[in-house]
Design a protein. Structure first.
Length: 174
């Protein structure tokens, strides 16, 4: 199991890095869209119709990509005091249960996000000539990544890596 956990961590590291860079690029692009919206509205007196839906779409992507990387890196809020004082067997069970629940959440998010995407694909977004389903596509991508990164954490746990060894929760994942 240790070889599998290590191989999984190596395979997912570039995916997490790419997701984080993509999220950062989306944030910068969204800022540019909003700046153009303000410039168009107050300087040109001609507000572009595509900037608001474009900014919201980018925001949806960078939020779910950032959240997925947060699952991998252990950056989300948690109740670490309970884990810190729990005996090792209970700690392992608590962490495993947490990652199984997060895995289930990620897969449900991807599944139902896909259903929303497919169900609204034939409608058009307001202000942009794009399918309405594009708004829900980030749920699919983010949910799959959350599930993958939770699976990686479970593999690390079952390989015997103590995820509490480093206070930031990154033990064995870099």
């Amino acid at each position: 199991m240790t070889a599998f956990a290590s191989a999984l961590a190596r395979a997912l590291a570039p995916i997490a890095a790419f997701a984080l860079w993509l999220s950062a690029a989306g944030l910068v692009a969204m800022t540019g869209f909003v700046a153009w919206q303000i410039f168009g509205r107050y300087i040109l007196n001609d507000s572009p119709s595509w900037t608001e839906p474009g900014a919201l779409l980018l925001m949806s992507w960078f939020i779910v990509l950032g959240a997925a990387v947060g699952v991998r890196e252990g950056d989300h809020m948690g109740f670490d005091v309970g884990l810190h004082y729990a005996p090792p067997g209970a700690r392992l069970a608590m962490q495993a249960l947490t990652f199984v629940l997060v895995l289930g959440f990620g897969l449900a998010m991807a599944w139902y996000g896909f259903e929303l995407t497919a169900g609204t694909w034939n409608s058009k977004m307001a202000g942009v000539d794009m399918p309405q389903g594009m708004e829900y596509l980030p749920l699919v991508g983010g949910g799959l990544l959350i599930g993958l990164f939770s699976l990686e954490k479970l593999a690390q746990l079952f390989a015997g890596n103590d995820l509490m060894a480093d206070k930031s929760g990154r033990a064995g994942l870099e």
